[in-house]
Design a protein around this ligand. Structure first.
Ligand code: GLC
Length: 408
C-alpha cells in the first residue's frame, strides 16, 4: 500500500526554493505552426490535419543542449520542458501513446535529450505534462458522456506519467497542466502517491487541483503563504512559438518580476518558445542576457534569500539572508533616498551591484542614504545591501498596519 500522505522531503523543497530562477520550454508541434500553442484549439484545426505537421517537425540535433546551456548562461538553475501539451503529442518514447516523437516526426526522444543535457550542465530537470488531450475522443466527450472512452484516456495519462517518472532518472518537479477540476474523475490522488513512490524527491504542482507541494501563479506574482510558489511567465504573450507576437516584456519588467517573486518568497519560471528547429527566438536570447547582466551583479540577493523582512518598507521590495537585508530601490531618488521601517541598527550600507559603500544616517526608523549618487549606479534596479545588528525586523507602519506587505 502506498502512503498517500507523503509529500516532498524538506531538503528537496529547500533546493527548489533556493534555486529561484528557471527556464520553461514550450516545444511541440505548435512550434511548427508558429501561431501560439493553442492553435489547434483556437483555430479548430481537425485532428488529422493538425497531426500532418509532425512530418515537418525536425528539431536540430543538440537543440535541447542549447536550451539548457542558454538557461545556465543566464543564471537559471532549473528547466521545465513540456513533455506533452494539450495537442496530445508526446516528446518522449511513450508506449501508451503512439503519437510521439520517437514514432512520428523526428524519431528521437526529446525528453531524454533534455534531461541528459540538464544533467551534463548541472541544471535541475523538471517536466510539464498536460492531462488534457484535444485529440482524444474520450477526453473530448468527458467522463459522463463516454465513461469507457474517458477511462481509456485516463489510463494513457497514468501510463505516460509512470513512463516519465521511471525512465529518466531523478526529476525535481512535475508541472501539471490542463487538469480536470474534479480529482476523483482521474484518480490523481492515487497517481501522485505512485509518482512519489517512483520519485521520492519530486515536487508536484498544485495545478492537479490537490494540495501538493508548489502553488503555481500563472502570469502573476501573487504568493501563496506557507508553501513554495512559482510564477510562470511568458516573455511575450505566447508560451509556444508565435512568429507574430511582438508584445515583448522589457528586460526591466523581467527583472522587476523576479524582484517581486523574491520579495514574496517565490520562484520565477520564465518561458521560451523555440521555433520548430529548436532555435530560441533571438529576442528572447537578447533579453535573457540583458536580465542576466543585472542578475550576475546582484546574485547575492537573487539566490537563497528570504523575502520581505520588514513589515512595511516604503521602497516596497526587500529580502534578506542572515543579518544582511537587501532593498532593491523601486524608485531611485539619489541622495534623497530613504528606506523606512527598519527596526535594526544599520551597521553599514553598500550598493550591491557596484560593491560601493554608501554613507547613511539613521534616525526615527528612517535610513537616509545620503551617499548615493544622483544617477542610478546600477540599472534597471539599484540594490542596497544593509548590514544589520541582528536578524532583520521591521517597525510596524503607524498607518498601514502590522502585516507583512505583499507586493502584487
Ligand atoms: C496556460 C496556457 C498553456 C500553457 C500554460 C503554462 O495554461 O494556456 O498553453 O502551457 O499556461 O502555464
Amino acid at each position: 500500500m502506498i502512503n498517500r500522505t507523503l509529500k516532498a522531503p524538506a531538503q528537496a523543497i529547500r533546493r527548489f526554493v533556493e534555486n529561484r530562477y528557471g527556464m520553461f520550454i514550450h516545444f511541440g508541434l505548435y512550434s511548427v505552426y508558429g501561431r501560439h500553442e493553442w492553435a489547434m484549439c483556437y483555430e479548430r484545426i481537425p485532428k488529422a490535419q493538425y497531426r500532418q505537421v509532425a512530418k515537418r517537425f525536425k528539431p536540430r540535433e543538440g537543440c535541447a543542449r542549447e536550451w539548457v546551456k542558454l538557461a545556465k548562461s543566464v543564471g537559471m538553475r532549473y528547466a521545465c520542458l513540456t513533455t506533452r501539451h494539450c495537442e496530445g503529442y508526446s516528446l518522449f518514447d511513450s508506449p501508451a501513446n503512439p503519437f510521439n516523437a520517437v514514432r512520428t516526426g523526428p524519431r528521437r526522444d526529446l525528453v531524454r535529450e533534455f534531461v541528459e543535457a540538464c544533467r551534463e550542465n548541472g541544471i535541475r530537470p523538471c517536466l510539464y505534462y498536460s492531462v488534457a488531450d484535444w485529440g482524444d475522443p474520450g477526453f473530448v466527450a468527458g467522463p459522463k458522456d463516454d465513461p469507457k472512452g474517458w477511462k481509456r484516456f485516463i489510463g494513457v495519462v497514468h501510463a505516460e506519467l509512470k513512463t516519465l517518472m521511471t525512465n529518466y532518472g531523478e526529476i525535481d518537479y512535475l508541472f501539471y497542466d490542463a487538469c480536470p477540476p474534479d480529482p476523483k474523475v482521474w484518480g490523481v490522488a492515487e497517481l501522485n502517491a505512485e509518482i512519489r513512490h517512483l520519485q521520492p524527491n519530486i515536487l508536484i504542482s498544485d495545478r492537479c487541483c490537490l494540495n501538493e507541494d508548489v502553488a503555481s501563479a500563472e502570469q502573476h506574482t501573487m504568493s501563496s503563504p506557507g508553501k513554495p510558489w512559482e510564477c510562470c511567465l511568458t516573455m511575450n504573450e505566447s508560451w509556444g512559438y508565435n512568429s507574430t507576437d511582438e508584445d515583448w516584456k522589457t528586460p526591466r519588467e523581467l527583472v522587476k518580476t523576479l524582484l517581486i517573486c523574491i520579495h514574496n518568497d517565490g520562484n520565477l519560471l520564465l518561458n521560451v518558445g523555440p521555433q520548430a528547429d529548436g532555435t530560441v527566438p533571438a529576442r528572447s536570447v537578447r533579453d535573457l542576457k540583458a536580465a542576466w547582466r543585472w542578475i550576475s551583479r546582484n546574485k547575492e540577493l537573487v539566490y537563497g534569500t528570504k523575502g520581505n523582512p520588514f513589515n512595511y518598507a516604503d521602497q516596497k521590495l526587500s529580502a534578506y539572508r542572515g543579518h544582511t537585508a537587501y532593498v532593491p530601490l523601486h524608485f531611485y531618488h539619489g541622495p534623497d533616498t530613504v528606506v523606512a521601517g527598519i527596526g535594526n541598527k544599520v551597521r553599514s550600507a553598500r550598493v550591491l551591484g557596484a560593491g560601493q559603500a554608501v554613507r547613511f544616517r539613521q534616525k526615527n526608523g528612517r535610513v537616509s542614504l545620503i551617499g548615493l549618487p544622483a544617477r542610478m549606479p546600477d540599472k534597471p534596479f539599484t540594490v542596497i545591501a544593509l548590514e544589520l545588528d541582528g536578524p532583520p525586523h521591521g517597525i510596524p507602519h503607524p498607518l498601514l498596519g502590522q502585516g507583512r506587505a505583499k507586493y502584487d
